[in-house]
Ligand binder design. Structure first.
Ligand SMILES: Nc1ncnc2c1ncn2[C@@H]1O[C@H](COP(=O)(O)OP(=O)(O)O)[C@@H](O)[C@H]1O
Ligand SMILES: [Mg+2]
Length: 456
C-alpha cells in the first residue's frame, strides 16, 4: 500500500487525537476522500478487536456501488482480505477479531424523519461518505450514537464526513467557520465547532489520479470545474447573480418570517425538460410544505393537487399551475389560475397609475421580483430535506439576469442554460417564483398584494 497523501495524514492526525470529534474532509473531486474513510475504518477495526463502526451514505445502494468497492480494493492492495467476511444480507463487514463495520442508509425518509431506525445503535465511530447528501439531522443522530466501548478502548468519539463543495449544512457548519478561523474555538452559539475540523483536499493533492481524469475535470462547465477541480465553495460570484449565498441560507432558516394570512399553492407541472411536478404550499410568504411527484399523467397531478388543497385549506383561486404543455390540462381540470412563462409581464401600480414594467416576460418578472423578496428577507421556506435544500439552493444560485447590456428589457437566463450549468433539470425554482404571481394579479381592479406587503 502506498503511503497516505499529505492531506489524508492531516486528517488522520485529527482522527487520532484526544480532542477532535467531527472532521470534514475534501471539498473537491478525487482528493482521496473515500480511500481515507476506508483506511481509517480498517485501521480502527484492526487496532481495537471487538469494536463496531458505521460506514454510511445517503443511499445504501450507492454505498455498495462506490465506497464499499473502494474498501475492497484497498483491502486487497493491503493483502488483508482474509481478515474479514462481508455479509451482503446484513450489510455488515465482520472481522475475524470480532470487530464489525455496519453499512447504513442515511437517507431522509419521510416515514422516519427523526431517524428512529438508528435509535438502538451503538458504535465506536462513524464514516459518512459524500455527507453533503445526507441531512444535518442524520449527521447529528449518527454522532449521538457514538458511545460503544469508548472507555474500554480509551478512545474519543470520532465522526468523519467527506464531501464535495455544497451550499448546505457542510458549508455552514464546517467550510465557512473554518474560513473565518472559528473551528476549534469555543463558540457559545455553535458548541460543536470547538471540536470540529475541516481539511481541504484537492485532486491536485492526489498524485495517484490519472492525468486524463484531471483533464476531464478541467473540461467541465465552469461551475463544476470551480467546485470539483479547484474546490471552490463560492463558485458562483457572477455579478449577474440575483440571490446571494447568505440570502439563500436565511431563506431556509426562516425564523424571521411568519406564516400569516392567506394560503396559496403553486404547481410546476413536469413537461419537456423537467423531471418532476413540484407543489409548494405557502402561508403568506412562508413556504410551509413542498411535495414532488415523478412526471406522470394529468389525473395523478390533479388528484394530488386536490388532496393538498383540502389538507391545507387552499381555495381554487389561490392555486396557480404553469400552463405550458401538460400544465394547461391541469389548469382546465383544477379550474385554477394559469401561469404562462412566456406571456407579457403584468402591469403594476406606480404613482397611482398602472404601468407595464420592463421585463421580457412573466417568468422573468416573477423571478426577479421573488429574488428581491428573498434578498430582502421577506420570504422563506420550512424544509428539513437536505436534498431539496441543496437542489433548490443550486437553482437559486442560477437565477441571473441575462444580457444586461444588450437589451433594455430585464430577463433571466433560460431554463436550458440552467440545466447545462447544474447538470439536471431545474425542478424547484419555478414553483417558488410563481408565488409572486399572487402579488401581481389584479383582484377587482386592484393589485391584491404589492411588493413587500404582508398578505392579509
Ligand atoms: N493514500 C493513497 N494511496 C494510493 N492511492 C490512493 C490513496 N488515496 C487515494 N488513492 C487513489 O486515488 C483515487 C481517488 O481516491 P478516492 O478516495 O476515490 O477519491 P474521492 O473519494 O475523493 O473521489 C482512487 O483510485 C484511490 O485508490
Ligand atoms: Mg469518493
Amino acid at each position: 500500500m502506498d503511503k497516505l497523501l499529505i492531506k489524508q495524514e492531516h486528517a488522520v492526525y485529527y482522527l487520532k487525537d484526544n480532542e477532535t470529534e467531527e472532521i470534514l474532509y475534501g471539498g473537491a473531486a478525487g482528493g482521496g476522500k473515500s480511500a481515507l474513510g476506508c483506511l481509517w475504518l480498517i485501521e480502527m477495526c484492526q487496532t481495537y478487536p471487538g469494536s463496531r463502526w458505521l460506514m454510511g451514505r445517503s443511499k445504501l445502494k450507492t454505498l455498495k456501488e462506490t465506497t464499499l468497492n473502494t474498501f475492497f480494493e484497498l483491502a486487497s492492495r493491503l493483502k488483508i482480505t482474509k481478515q474479514f467476511v462481508y455479509n451482503d444480507q446484513s450489510h455488515t463487514i465482520n472481522w475475524k477479531n470480532g470487530s464489525q463495520i455496519l453499512l447504513k442508509d442515511l437517507f431522509h425518509y419521510p416515514s422516519d424523519p427523526e431517524y428512529d431506525r438508528l435509535g438502538s445503535l451503538e458504535i465506536c465511530g462513524a464514516f459518512i461518505d459524500e455527507c453533503n447528501q445526507v441531512s444535518y439531522k442524520a449527521w447529528q443522530v449518527v454522532g449521538s450514537r457514538i458511545r460503544y466501548k469508548l472507555n474500554e478502548f480509551g478512545i474519543t468519539p470520532k465522526q468523519l464526513g467527506t464531501c464535495n463543495p455544497a451550499k448546505n449544512w457542510t458549508y455552514k457548519e464546517f467550510f465557512k467557520p473554518n474560513r473565518e478561523g472559528l473551528l476549534g474555538k469555543y463558540d457559545e452559539k455553535n458548541p460543536s465547532w470547538e471540536k470540529s475540523r475541516f481539511i481541504k483536499a484537492l485532486p491536485t493533492d492526489n498524485p495517484h489520479l490519472p492525468q486524463k481524469y484531471l483533464d476531464k475535470l478541467l473540461r467541465m462547465d465552469k461551475n463544476s470545474r470551480e467546485r470539483l477541480y479547484y474546490g471552490n465553495w463560492e463558485y458562483d460570484d457572477d455579478p449577474a447573480t440575483l440571490i446571494d449565498t447568505d440570502s439563500i441560507a436565511d431563506y431556509f432558516n426562516p425564523i424571521h418570517i411568519q406564516g400569516v394570512g392567506v394560503k396559496y399553492m403553486t404547481i410546476d407541472v413536469a413537461r419537456k425538460g423537467k423531471d418532476k411536478t413540484v407543489f409548494r404550499i405557502w402561508h403568506g410568504w412562508l413556504c410551509i410544505a413542498r411535495e414532488s411527484i415523478p412526471k406522470s399523467g394529468l389525473d395523478v397531478v390533479v388528484a394530488r393537487a386536490k388532496i393538498l388543497q383540502q389538507k391545507h385549506g387552499i381555495s381554487i383561486s389561490n392555486t396557480v399551475a404553469d400552463e405550458d404543455g401538460v400544465g394547461s390540462g391541469v389548469v382546465d381540470f383544477l379550474k385554477c389560475s394559469g401561469f404562462v412563462n412566456n406571456s407579457s409581464p403584468l402591469e403594476v401600480m406606480e404613482g397611482g397609475v398602472y404601468i407595464k414594467p420592463n421585463f421580457d416576460n412573466l417568468k422573468s418578472q416573477c423571478s426577479i421580483k421573488m429574488a428581491e423578496m428573498i434578498t430582502n428577507r421577506q420570504a422563506g421556506e420550512m424544509c428539513d430535506d437536505s436534498e431539496v435544500q441543496e437542489a433548490t439552493s443550486e437553482e437559486m444560485e442560477q437565477v441571473k439576469t441575462k444580457d444586461i447590456d444588450k437589451d433594455s428589457k430585464q430577463g433571466i437566463i433560460p431554463k436550458d442554460r440552467v440545466k447545462e450549468l447544474i447538470g439536471r433539470s431545474p425542478d424547484e425554482w419555478d414553483s417558488i417564483m410563481m408565488r409572486y404571481w399572487f402579488a401581481l394579479r389584479k383582484v377587482r381592479g386592484a393589485t391584491l398584494l404589492r411588493v413587500g406587503e404582508r398578505s392579509v
